[in-house]
Design a protein around this ligand. Structure first.
Ligand SMILES: [Zn+2]
Length: 76
């Protein structure tokens, strides 16, 4: 497979993302789980928008946020 975000070859054939974007995706999911607990009704688009605005958000995370905003069905 090629990474859905940057088209780089993935480490494992069944992976949808390269290692850098895979890690960013997992971190994002974990952050959302924490946020959802704290905020209760936070939606995924709201969450992505908020994280995308933070100055400390890294480049890979921004790229995966962009991707997930355009492809919400990938957030499974
Ligand atoms: Zn990638």
């Amino acid at each position: 497979m090629k990474c859905l975000v940057c088209q780089e070859e993935t480490e494992k054939p069944q992976d949808s993302y390269c290692s850098a974007h895979g890690r960013a995706y997992v971190n994002l999911r974990q952050a959302f789980a924490k946020w959802a607990t704290g905020y209760g009704t936070l939606t995924i688009p709201e969450f992505l928008e908020h994280i995308g605005k933070r100055s400390e958000t890294g480049e890979k995370t921004r790229e995966i946020i962009q991707f997930l905003s355009e492809n919400p069905s990938r957030w499974t």
